[in-house]
Design a protein around this ligand. Structure first.
Ligand code: FES
Length: 90
């Protein structure tokens, strides 16, 4: 869904989404990393309007909640990826 055009030389970080390997760049938020790694959504709406990929991208709308092992529910748009993070989409 996202394509990296600039800033390609940042360090690569490994994490998982739903148990599958994913890759981020140092400084990526979870939202950026998940969409740039090829996912087309980060969660499914509880209200029946389908797959969601964030809305505001600045921590205001709560449309990007994901579950991170050891942390609980976080906003993907304001949470930086850390090596080894285990993310579960809900
Ligand atoms: S996209 Fe709105 S809070 Fe994350």
């Amino acid at each position: 869904m996202l394509t990296r055009l600039l800033d390609q030389d940042r360090a690569h970080l490994a994490f998982t989404v739903d148990g599958l390997a994913a890759e981020a760049r140092q400084g990526d938020t979870l939202l950026t990393a998940m969409l740039a790694d090829g996912l087309d959504h980060i969660r499914t709406s509880e209200f029946g309007d389908g797959r969601r990929a964030g809305f505001c991208w600045m921590g205001a709308c709560q449309d990007c909640w994901v579950l991170v092992e050891g942390r609980g529910v976080v906003r993907a748009c304001t949470t930086l990826v850390e090596p080894g993070m285990k993310v579960v989409r809900r």
